[in-house]
Design a binder for this molecule. Structure first.
Ligand code: PDD
Length: 287
């Protein structure tokens, strides 16, 4: 069934939503995005995603084509029009479509940004069977650009990482730079040792995950110990547990790293408990 999508102020059937071949998102990956999950027909952590979007736009000197309140209304309308109970909303804003290809940014007064939103219907997102089994990851070199704190649409290397994982019989890849894990291809990475949750500290090296912020808050509220620092793959392989977080996976246990099983090779109690807490608490504040 055809979705209704949002393009530059209009709700359209997906087949009718077209953007220019000169759009800088297409030609230069000059765009930013957000993914917000939907549970019970409500948005999870919309404010966090909206704030990060504003920050990404600011960092790239890009104008926002929409106020954050209107953006919330568009998200809700797409959920309603497409009858989404569980799934995701994808949002992308690019620097728009000038008349020709040029490395120089176009004048924002002459070229408006392009804004696109669409829904992804994912029944069973919260009850994902993978969370009961856990996922396997491999490690690969982090060969992305240096501003990973900005959520840009430059997703070629993360896509290549997922393909490398698939070719190795794994589910995803963790990225390693200067001997330390930065994050997953599309998620933040954590290990658990002697009850302590360890995850890389925030910097330009990683995306500041909205799920990460919530999970660390819930962990601290539940009196779990949290340490924000880089860790190596060897330390991760010797950990009791590991997991990833993102808007599409919530908290997902990792049970194997580069072929080494963690603990007994099944999801650990900390990751399992954090997933429960995260789903329970974020449903309460969903909007
Ligand atoms: N990815 N790190 C990277 C590189 C990511 O792409 C993502 C999100 C995260 C987690 O951020 P959050 O908790 O705000 O979703 C961390 C989204 C889900 C995606 O690209 O589909």
């Amino acid at each position: 069934m055809s979705r209704t999508v949002y393009l530059n102020g209009e709700y359209l059937p997906e087949e009718e939503a077209k953007v220019s071949i000169f759009d800088r998102g297409f030609l230069m990956a000059d765009g930013v995005y957000e993914v917000t999950s939907v549970l019970d027909g409500k948005l999870i952590d919309f404010d966090g995603h909206a704030k990060r979007l504003e920050r990404s736009l600011n960092e790239l000197d890009m104008a926002s084509p929409i106020g954050m309140e209107d953006l919330l209304a568009v998200h809700r309308e797409l959920v309603r029009l497409n009858d989404i109970t569980e799934g995701m909303i994808y949002l992308q804003i690019t620097r728009g479509a000038p008349d020709d290809r040029d490395f120089v940014f176009p004048d924002p007064d002459k070229v408006p940004p392009t804004i696109v939103l669409f829904t992804q219907n994912k029944p069973g997102l919260a009850d994902n069977p993978a969370a009961k089994k856990g996922i396997k990851v491999i490690s690969i070199a982090d060969e992305r650009w240096g501003r990973r704190d900005i959520k840009t649409v430059q997703l070629l290397y993360p896509s290549m990482g997922k393909m490398m994982a698939k070719a190795a019989g794994a589910d995803d890849a963790w990225l390693v730079e200067d001997g330390k894990v930065t994050e997953g291809t599309s998620n933040n990475a954590y290990i658990v040792k002697d009850g302590k949750i360890i995850t890389r500290n925030l910097s330009n090296d990683i995306l500041h995950g909205i799920t990460r912020a919530a999970v660390l808050r819930f962990a601290r509220e539940a009196r779990m110990e949290v340490e924000e620092r880089p860790f190596t793959i060897a330390e991760a392989q010797a950990a009791d547990e590991a997991f990833i977080t993102s808007a599409s996976t919530f908290v997902m246990p990792v049970v194997e790293i580069d072929g080494t099983p963690l603990g007994d090779g099944t999801p650990g109690p900390v990751a399992t408990r954090l997933r429960e807490i995260y789903l329970e608490e974020s449903r309460k504040t969903a909007s």
